[in-house]
Design a protein around this ligand. Sequence first.
Ligand code: ADP
Ligand code: ADP
Length: 239
Amino acid sequence: DIVLQTNSLGMTFPDGTRALNNINLTIRKGELVSIIGPSGAGKSTFMRSINLLNKPTEGTIMFEGEEVCKAKGKKLRLIRRQIGMVFQHFNLIKRSPTYQNVLHGRLGYMSSFKGGLGRFSEEDTRQALNILRRVGLEEQAFKRADELSGGQQQRVGIARAIAQSPSLLLADEPIASLDPSSSENVMNYLKTVCEEDGLTSIVNLHQVDFAKKFANRIIGIKAGEVIFDGSPKELTDGI
Ligand code: ADP
Ligand code: ADP
């Protein structure tokens, strides 16, 4: 039940910046992983390499039993469709109703940026409402996304990601734009939906407190290297 495995993963950007070095991680189904570390540690680069937005320059990534680093075209789209993404700045289509933003998840997240919309049936709408209920937003379903608060918008981001029925959910600093009480609320919803679905997730966070509350496994990254990998209990100061 291994979902993701990286072997000797390394990333050097064209300008020579060494962002990741020898990352060896195995992530199993249902794990809630939080990646922590200071700004510039390589957290985003790691996440962007998993969904192949930044192809790593060294090593391999096994996702659901398959080597994915060399995937292109249709294969790459299929892999990305299995990876739900939640973004720091939500990346919703602001003028579309909330329920439509949720349905864009099923198209794969890249489609949402292009405004690649289909027509939605009553059944689609019903499914979107069911997912919105899970993040406490059923009543906001027909409001425009930009009429919602930041915390609500991020809950739509979570709903959109799970609408895709992903095998892995990646969230890159999902609460960095939110105030503390919305952050708490969003992280609680995120944890609950992941647990309900047995969904494996990796969440980049720079706040250690939130990481400890959310995750059952914490990975500390510093200067592109894994310097801690253990349970929240095992995490002591020093990161
Ligand atoms: P974090 O998410 O932990 O803040 P990043 O993954 O964004 O860290 O960055 C890791 C390092 O890689 C930093 O030194 C950053 O400046 C550098 N970096 C990120 N993206 C690029 C890029 N496209 N080109 C060159 N260097 C980059
Ligand atoms: P955020 O953390 O808000 O996503 P970043 O500044 O980390 O913003 O990254 C925004 C974009 O700039 C990303 O595509 C990243 O790869 C790129 N980037 C980050 N640091 C560098 C850098 N030192 N040189 C070139 N590109 C970078």
